[in-house]
Design a binder for this molecule. Structure first.
Ligand code: ADP
Length: 478
């Protein structure tokens, strides 16, 4: 089965968030299941350089005023064939994948358009996908381009990694993108008077997926539907939630290349070394007895970090420590700076993006805080489980699907893996912190049992890839 995966991020080359991790792992897992998988991404300079040898793989014709769209074909480090969309006017520029110069609609319109072209006509060597999977809004127009023109086309799947980002632009860009005005209506491309890339994908794709079963339900409600709940409820029969997995070569305490010492469930002592190292690295008091709570996160309101800020004094009063790695919203950055300055030795902070430190925070902490308002799947809590670091999470999206709260029953049954709270407020998180600190201090054997259960969880990409393959098979042979 020939599958084209279209996205704007790819670990380890171009990463902003979890999407990159998924794109770095899912294609290999699909290949292991027997699929012939290829990727399509923009020819970002960082990607071009990292991939090395690239061969011309055909031209797709001109894209609006942006010039001739060419395909280059290379291979990722893992050996997956990857097409780069070469449109220098749009993609040959410094900065991250989403650096804004007022033409993002053209950049990702071009990506979607190129995916559709490749889907319909194939590359210069005759490779043509049977299934096209669009990831997030940047690839959202591809199903629309395919559905709005007659002729044979691949089956299409639209995957939502985060409904909060939709790609909304004024209706005037429709013509620039070569989309028909006749499709600009409530049941097509239009969303409150604008063009909406993600909505287009959700309307025109044959099937819809998102990254956890709970999120698949939540996005059909006004509270989490971001204005698209009606459409998603209407398409509920075509919508499925498939959990992301963890790359076990990367996110494993016995294999991560970033730790001062490896460990595993059967030989856990290295985790103490990781904790001590992290305390030193972030200027925290070197105390094995202090429960150490980690955060590795984008600083965005979605992530609920304001609830953590409300609890910093409380956590420190409990004798706890905080190790924070993240960046984003300037107000959150400055609030964490203030908290770190107020509690030297108890709150350690690194503002920025640091892959190595992210492993050391997750390995060295006793617990990881993920108090998200909404969380489609969430990866850091899965990494934490693998590292025997107990997640403290809000019951939402993939967090609800992957962490089992340490209730008396769940602990007695050996199912508990972390601490879960419901309400989006500082008090609810504070109560979860109380429970975590009490268990850590007063019941070390019970804590160790939770760690073992956490480390035994299997969130493999294989399960995810098999669910995808089932979906694709049904699509191709209804
Ligand atoms: P989202 O995609 O919403 O950001 P996820 O939990 O799905 O959330 O994925 C986040 C990914 O980004 C994880 O791999 C996490 O380790 C990584 N990450 C987030 N912030 C940082 C940071 N400051 N430094 C390094 N990695 C980070």
């Amino acid at each position: 089965m020939r599958i084209l995966q279209v996205a704007a991020e790819l670990f380890p080359y171009v990463k902003v968030g979890g999407l990159a991790d998924v794109m770095g792992a899912l294609p290999q897992a699909l290949r292991t299941e027997g699929a012939d998988v290829r990727l399509l991404l923009p020819a970002y300079p960082a990607l071009r350089e990292a991939l090395g040898a690239l061969d011309p793989a055909g031209s797709l014709g001109p894209f609006g005023g942006a010039g001739e769209a060419r395909l280059l074909l290379g291979r990722t480090g893992a050996g997956i064939p990857i097409y780069l969309l070469d449109l220098p006017g749009l993609f040959d520029r410094p900065g991250g994948p989403y650096v804004e110069q007022g033409d993002s609609h053209l950049r990702f319109g071009a990506l979607s358009w190129a995916a559709a072209r490749l889907g319909r006509q194939g590359d210069a060597h005759g490779w043509r996908p049977q299934v096209l999977q669009s990831h997030d809004w940047q690839a959202g127009l591809a199903p629309a381009y395919l559905a709005l023109e007659p002729g044979a086309r691949p089956a299409t799947v639209m995957t939502i990694h985060n409904l909060a980002y939709q790609g909304r632009y004024p209706a005037a860009v429709l013509a620039e993108l070569g989309l028909p005005a006749s499709a600009f209506h409530l049941h097509g491309l239009e969303f409150h008077g604008d063009l909406n890339f993600l909505k287009a994908g959700l309307v025109y794709a044959d099937r819809l997926t998102t990254v956890s079963p709970t999120y698949a339900q939540e996005i059909q409600t006004p509270a989490q539907g971001e204005g698209l709940e009606g459409l998603l409820a209407h398409r509920a029969a075509d919508l499925v939630g498939i959990l992301n997995g963890v790359d076990p070569d990367l996110w494993h305490p016995a294999r991560s290349p970033h730790l001062p010492m490896h460990y595993a469930a059967s030989r856990p002592s290295g985790k103490k070394v990781c904790k001590n190292h992290l305390q030193r690295e972030l200027g925290l008091r070197e105390s094995p007895a202090a429960p150490l709570f980690g955060i590795v996160s984008r600083f965005a309101s979605q992530k609920g970090l304001d609830l953590v800020l409300e609890n910093v004094d409380h956590l420190v009063a409990l004798g706890g420590q905080l190790a924070v790695l993240g960046s984003g919203d300037p107000d959150l950055e400055s609030a964490f700076r203030t908290a770190a300055a107020r509690h030297p030795g108890a709150v350690g902070l690194r503002i920025g993006y640091d892959e190595g430190l992210s492993h050391r925070v997750i390995a060295g902490s006793d617990a990881l805080l993920v108090p998200s308002r909404h969380e489609p799947c969430g990866l850091t809590q899965l990494y934490a489980l693998a590292f025997g670091t107990l997640p403290v999470v809000r019951r939402t999206g993939g967090l609800a699907d992957t962490v089992v709260d340490a209730t008396a029953d769940a602990m007695a049954e050996g199912r508990a893996t972390g601490f879960v709270f419901e309400a989006v407020n500082g008090w609810a998180l504070g109560e979860a912190l109380n429970r975590a600190c009490a268990l850590f201090r007063d019941h070390p054997a019970a804590w160790a049992r939770l760690q073992r259960t956490a480390m035994a969880q299997d969130f493999s990409w294989r399960a995810s890839a098999r669910r995808h393959m089932e979906l694709f098979r049904v699509l191709l042979h209804p």
